[in-house]
Design a protein around this ligand. Structure first.
Ligand SMILES: Cc1cc2nc3c(=O)[nH]c(=O)nc-3n(C[C@H](O)[C@H](O)[C@H](O)COP(=O)(O)O)c2cc1C
Length: 158
């Protein structure tokens, strides 16, 4: 069975709540899913998954350093994640506070790994975002992102 990792960094719980919502739906879609704090994750573990979704709070318009550290350490496996499915999500304090740039910075790294990224024409286009504590709009986007990603993983790795 294809395996998906949902990993996140979160200080006040907003990004974690999004991660939990995404992981729950991936499980409901019939995939094996692990939910992990990036601080408890070694870069080499990324190789165990066909799908990898990474979440971060927005810090000065980009990802928090524990997420960047994970990505920088993943250079040891450069090329080995080619063709796997990626996704990203982010929380910020403000509208226009940089949550989309945070997502795009994470996706940038995943694309450089050669991973496959699906956008969303209807929901949050680059990946789910929340302003502070995720509200129902944000959680809906988390669920839709999780369903789209699960379907893509199933299509590519069934
Ligand atoms: C060091 C630092 C930098 C931040 N920079 C931004 C920022 O650039 N834009 C923004 O809207 N919020 C910023 N925030 C607020 C967090 O992104 C926001 O509170 C987020 O919801 C926290 O997510 P968490 O509960 O998962 O830790 C910053 C917070 C910290 C601690």
């Amino acid at each position: 069975m294809a395996k998906v990792l949902v990993c996140y960094y979160s200080r006040s719980g907003h990004t974690k709540k999004m991660a939990e919502e995404i992981a729950a739906v991936i499980g409901q879609e019939g995939l094996s899913v692990d939910l992990k704090d990036v601080k408890e994750l070694e870069a080499k573990e990324l190789l165990n998954y066909q799908g990898i979704v990474i979440g971060s709070p927005t810090y000065y318009g980009t990802m928090a350093w524990p997420v960047k550290k994970l990505l920088d350490e993943s250079v040891r496996f450069h090329g080995k994640l080619k063709g796997r499915v990626g996704g990203a999500f982010a929380s910020s304090a403000n509208i226009g506070g940089g949550n989309e740039t945070t997502i795009l910075d994470i996706l940038n790294a995943l694309l450089i790994h050669g991973m496959v990224i699906q956008g969303d024409s209807a929901g949050d286009h680059y990946g789910p975002v929340s302003i502070g504590k995720p509200d129902e709009r944000s959680l809906k986007c988390c669920r839709s992102h999780a369903r789209n990603l699960s379907k893509l993983v199933q299509r590519l790795f069934a």
